[in-house]
Design a protein around this ligand. Structure first.
Ligand code: NAP
Ligand code: HSE
Length: 428
């Protein structure tokens, strides 16, 4: 009989239990598809007595994930604990040092330590697979490393944090503010243990750094991702963007520019009628552009037990079939160290200002922009609120340095009641 592929699973939370359910439910199907049984040998979590709603009695229990990772009867170490240091990192390193393959859903670990781990894996003849780490159930890693391998990728972008998209789309649908929807996400269990990972754009930034590495053949460089969260997006921004035909998304964009690799995860305006503009709730979307394919759009659930476990078992099936692809799609030692682009490609901007309602205020604003070389495309003034005049400007495309100069000029005008809100308008 063909030897089973033996798994050691560390982490029995949402994703770990989802994986065990799939393996228990579909054992025969998985064997038929991969040509060998997929067997769980041992598991690990913090609390051995917790009822997890599935039978674990036929698996050995390890209290220490590092011991699990080193077991002789484990071929693949499945890391589903999370965190970029501590047990996840230690156990992954131990597994690679013992010659095991690794499957993980941990974007933080790979965004920060991916290069070192990928080199360790290659030295040991092991593979690291991480489909579940980016956009949950969407097979984006597989698409980039396999189906689109013949393309020179020109741009990768997407909405990769379901919690942020849920908050932004619910703000528009319900008229509730950011704080109320943050609380709703907490009640629904959508938030990471550290919610700033979600709303601060960090979780999505980790994912973007991993995609950029595969797409552009560069070492993962999370520190180079320009990050801005959604905490300061006001209902006014949602409404005024809609008024101009846009929706606000926490959008990740990675592309090569003449000045280096641009990576940013920031709130942006996108046309309401575009696929990204129509994305609702916790769903994710990744758009890949390449020289042969032009554009591919992948949409699906970015989180949750079933979708994430689906991605993990997909990686396990590939290992069972003998597919061995380098972590970031090419040997780690060949990955280039990309210089980070200091400026983004030119873009149009949405600028929301709250002006003091006094003579000449509008003229000063127009002059501040004009003197910086920023040209106004559209401008609207909304009804006065007490002594404030809300003004919305959409600029023509300009480079970041001109907008920075315009903001500096604006701060000198003495007609602003509060800091401007400035968001990019993304070309799609
Ligand atoms: P979770 O529900 O919080 O589960 C974490 C599991 O890890 C728990 O079973 C916990 O044990 C165990 N654990 C934590 N520290 C441990 C330690 N020191 N030793 C042994 N076990 C330890 O997390 P999750 O949502 O399943 O996420 C797991 C990974 O998948 C993370 O990297 C996450 O970013 C990633 N991911 C999750 C989703 C999602 O939708 N949930 C989507 C994409 C990626 P106890 O149960 O005993 O406390
Ligand atoms: N916190 C993440 C999200 C979970 O909201 O998309 C999946 O990585």
């Amino acid at each position: 009989m063909t030897q089973p592929l033996r798994l050691g699973i560390a982490g029995l939370g949402t994703v770990g239990i989802g994986l065990i359910k799939i393996i228990q439910r579909h054992a025969a199907m998985l064997e038929a598809r991969t040509g060998r049984p997929i067997a769980i040998t041992a598991v690990s979590a913090r609390d051995a007595n917790k009822d997890r709603g599935v039978s674990l009695s036929s698996y050995a229990w390890e209290t220490d994930p590092v011991s699990l990772a080193k077991r002789d009867d484990v071929d693949v170490f499945v890391e589903l604990m999370g965190g970029h240091e501590g047990p996840a990192k230690n156990a992954t390193e131990a597994a690679l040092a013992s010659g095991k393959d690794v499957v993980t859903a941990n974007k933080a670990l790979l965004a920060i330590h991916g290069q070192t781990l990928a080199e360790m894996a290659e030295d040991a003849g092991s593979v690291i697979r991480f489909e579940a780490a980016v956009a949950g159930g969407i097979p984006i890693i597989k698409s980039l490393t396999e189906g689109l391998a013949g393309n020179e990728i020109t741009r990768v972008m997407g909405v990769m944090n379901g919690t942020c998209n849920y908050i932004l789309t619910r703000m528009e649908a319900t008229g509730q503010g950011y704080n109320a929807l943050f609380d709703e996400c907490a009640e629904l269990g959508y938030l990471e243990a550290d919610p700033n990972l979600d709303v601060g754009g960090i979780d999505a930034g980790h994912k973007l750094a991993l995609l950029a590495s595969i797409a552009f053949g560069t070492k993962p460089a999370f520190d180079d991702v320009k990050l801005q969260g959604i905490q300061n997006i006001a209902l006014k921004d949602i409404a005024q963007a809609a008024d101009m035909g846009y929706r606000i998304k926490l959008l990740g964009v990675a592309q090569r520019t003449a000045g280096g690799l641009e990576q940013r995860m920031t709130p942006c305006l996108v046309p309401a009628s575009s696929p990204l503009g129509q994305l609702e709730g916790g769903t994710n979307m990744v758009v890949v552009e390449g020289d042969a394919i032009e554009q591919v759009v992948l949409r699906g659930p970015g989180a949750g037990e079933g979708p994430t476990a689906s991605a993990v078992i997909g990686d396990i099936c590939d290992i069972a079939r003998g597919l061995r692809i380098a972590t970031f799609g090419q040997p780690a030692k060949n990955l280039e160290t990309a210089s980070a682009a200091q400026a983004s490609l030119p873009t149009a901007y949405y600028v929301r200002l709250t002006l003091l309602d006094k003579p000449g205020a509008m003229a000063k604003i127009a002059a501040a922009l004009g003197e910086a070389g920023v040209s106004i495309d559209r401008m609207r003034q909304y009804s006065h609120e007490d002594n404030a005049a809300p003004v919305l400007i959409v600029t023509h495309k300009c480079v970041t340095s001109l907008m920075d100069q315009a903001l500096s000029n604006l701060s000198q005008t003495n007609v602003l009641q509060s800091d401007p809100v400035v968001l990019r308008i993304e070309d799609l």
